[in-house]
Design a protein. Structure first.
Length: 108
């Protein structure tokens, strides 16, 4: 976002400087005494349209950013598949373990 704002300022630098110069001239005119008569140049300057300060549209930039970089959707955690196709009862497990140790010649 900051990079886009800086690029906008760089692209519109001339318009921004023109507006700031006009704004400073207006401050100087306002600070001068009111009783002075305007000469022809001042009357022409007053009739001219003041420059417009370009504005950075943050909302438009955010929408453009969201379009270019959509939010990453993280899927839900995958549950490990449990292989339950050969279910043994507790007694069968005990019997299997005892026969294993008996074959090895060890006791529990």
């Amino acid at each position: 976002m900051n990079e886009a704002a800086e690029k906008f300022k760089e692209d519109n630098r001339e318009a921004i400087e023109a507006f700031e110069k006009w704004q400073e001239e207006e401050r100087i005119k306002a600070s001068q005494e009111y009783g002075e008569e305007l000469d022809d140049e001042d009357e022409e300057a007053e009739n001219k349209e003041p420059p417009v300060m370009p504005e950075f549209n943050k909302e438009e930039m955010e929408e453009k950013f969201d379009d270019e970089f959509p939010e990453v959707e993280i899927p839900q955690e995958v549950v490990d598949e449990v292989d339950n196709d050969w279910v043994m009862a507790e007694e069968e497990w005990d019997s299997l373990i005892n026969s294993y140790y008996a074959a090895k010649g060890e006791s529990i």
